[in-house]
Design a binder for this molecule. Structure first.
Ligand code: MG
Length: 238
């Protein structure tokens, strides 16, 4: 059955189910020449100059490697997160995997964008690099494969435009509305307001745990070399 005809809801599928169809490959066109300018009401989290808006989860200054107009994951140094906390957001960021390809599957250019530090939009070199569909680039990790594989080749800049609506909890901590996520990958709609089952995790779909209305955005050091980010900004939606 083609991916577009299969049910999307995670309940139909084992986590990291390899019997799920691979999403169709879509060529998104050439990478933009320059970073997409931030709108006037955006909070700019990284414009290429410095990592002042970021820290490691232990509170240490963010020490990933600054290059000309981008930052590179400093493998082994650990994740970085924003100092500020956010709830509902429109998030734009640009990423690139290592032009010199090493590894395969989940070990090729793995990183991730963790909304509220909890809900991962996967970053991976998914250009001619098959892996389980709910773990490829632009997957909501372990839950929703993207509607299409719009990944550009390694060494080219790629964009994510994400609309994230946080989960809401009742007074007793139960979920009233789940987190909802829409993602455009290189301008291609790949997640259409999907409702998450809870936090994303490896080989696990843990239930929601009540958390604050605002939490930091986190970027993952998965241990894979030379994943790069540039031009990170967001607009608050609440
Ligand atoms: Mg990841």
């Amino acid at each position: 059955m083609p991916a577009t005809a299969q049910p999307r809801t995670p309940v139909y599928w084992k986590i990291h189910d390899t019997t799920r169809a691979q999403p169709p490959v879509v060529n998104p066109g050439p990478a933009p020449d320059a970073p997409q300018p931030a709108p006037s009401d955006a909070i700019v989290l990284f414009d290429g100059d410095n990592l002042d808006a970021w820290e490691h989860p232990d509170g240490e200054s963010a020490s990933w490697t600054l290059r000309e107009n981008y930052v590179e994951v400093d493998t082994g140094r650990g994740d970085i997160r924003t100092k500020e906390a956010f709830g509902d957001v429109q998030l734009h960021l640009e990423w690139m995997t290592n032009p010199s390809v090493t590894g395969s599957g989940q070990g090729r250019g793995n990183s991730g964008v963790f909304l509220m530090g909890t809900y991962e939009v996967q970053v991976l070199d998914s250009y001619e690099n098959p892996t389980y569909p709910d773990g490829q680039a632009a997957a909501l990790y372990g839950q929703y494969p993207p509607l299409a594989n719009a990944t550009r080749p390694p060494g080219e800049w790629q964009t994510y435009d994400i609309v994230f609506r946080r989960p809401h909890f009742d007074k007793d901590g139960s979920v009233v509305t789940p987190a909802r996520v829409t993602v455009y990958h290189n301008g291609v709609l790949v997640q259409d307001r999907v409702g998450l089952t809870g936090p994303t995790a490896h080989h696990d779909r843990p239930p929601y745990e009540e958390h604050a209305a605002r939490l930091p955005l986190r970027l993952q050091d998965h241990g894979d070399g030379a994943v790069r980010y540039r031009n990170i900004w967001l607009r608050e939606l609440e």
